[in-house]
Design a binder for this molecule. Structure first.
Ligand code: SF4
Length: 278
């Protein structure tokens, strides 16, 4: 650990199912909102994911996901509350024209979802005070995917928030041929195992800090949810306390994943979040 004026640097080491990961994290000495923990948690998840990719390459396989292939950007992306707040913060820094164009695409997406009778289910998920497991998401995921609705952040088949995209998007990688992803319901695709689901870690952290279930918000509703809960998003914690509580969730997740990792976890074409069951 090194100490600086207003922040401390910690080297955090964790053992993931893909191998040991160490990331350096700058932790503010002052009070910060929940969204501030999101970038360092994502870096930890990406470091673990990189190990998983290396393992796959060593076995003679390769990740087939490439820039310009956005087949998975038609799936329902679940976003944890801290990520929803972080996304709202990012969008609020954009120039007005970019922000308005994005909000208009979000509104279009919601209109299409409403027309298809899916929006009310997504709103129930976002507002649920009950812990929903992967099984509760399954029919909603399927109904959503059947629409092949492009993500509101997809512009000319490229992610317009690539550096700020949710953890769930970062974790969706396959080793099967890319063309199979055009129909995830019919085709047997091979998703890369996810050693550390950061969206789940952040959802658990928010549940711990704010009460309620480990909540996932469907991406098209993330900004309106963050706006509605802006007061909660503005609460703050000492940087170090926030990190320690986030790491508690990381360790909880990893201990569970290391012991429970089994083939069934990689078998579904439309992956879940490994949400704790009620
Ligand atoms: S946020 Fe980006 S990567 Fe994720 S689904 Fe939307 S366009 Fe695709």
């Amino acid at each position: 650990m090194t100490e600086g004026g207003e922040s401390e640097r910690f080297d955090i080491s964790v053992t993931t199912p893909a191998g040991p990961v160490t990331v350096s994290v700058d932790v503010p000495a002052y009070f910060v909102p929940i969204a501030s923990i999101v970038p360092s948690m994502r870096r930890m998840g990406e470091a673990a994911q990189a190990l998983e990719e290396r393992r796959v390459v060593a076995q003679g396989s390769a990740v087939s996901c490439k820039k310009g292939c956005a087949a998975c950007c038609r799936m329902l992306i679940p976003v944890s509350a801290p990520e929803a707040f972080a996304l709202a913060d990012t969008i609020n820094t954009w120039p007005a024209d970019r922000r308005e164009a994005t909000l208009a695409r979000m509104a279009d997406a919601r209109a299409r979802l409403e027309q298809a009778g899916v929006l009310s289910h997504l709103r129930e998920v976002a507002a649920s005070e009950r812990q929903l497991g992967d099984d509760a998401f399954e029919p909603i995921n399927r109904a959503y995917y059947a629409l092949r609705l492009p993500c509101p952040f997809l512009v000319e088949e490229s992610c317009s928030i690539y550096d700020d995209r949710p953890a769930a998007c970062r974790e969706l990688l396959v080793t099967s041929p890319a063309e199979l992803c055009q129909d995830l319901e019919r085709n047997p695709v091979s998703p890369l195992p996810v050693p550390l689901r950061i969206g789940t870690v952040l959802a658990l952290l928010w549940s711990d800090l704010g009460g309620g279930p480990a909540r996932f918000i469907p991406l098209p509703l993330a900004l309106e949810w963050a706006e509605r809960h802006a007061q909660e998003g503005a609460r703050s914690w000492k940087g170090r306390e926030l990190l320690e509580r986030a790491l508690d969730k990381v360790w909880w997740y990893l201990s569970r994943e290391i012991t429970a990792r089994q083939p069934a976890a990689h078998g579904s074409s439309i992956p879940g979040q490994g949400i704790p069951q009620p």
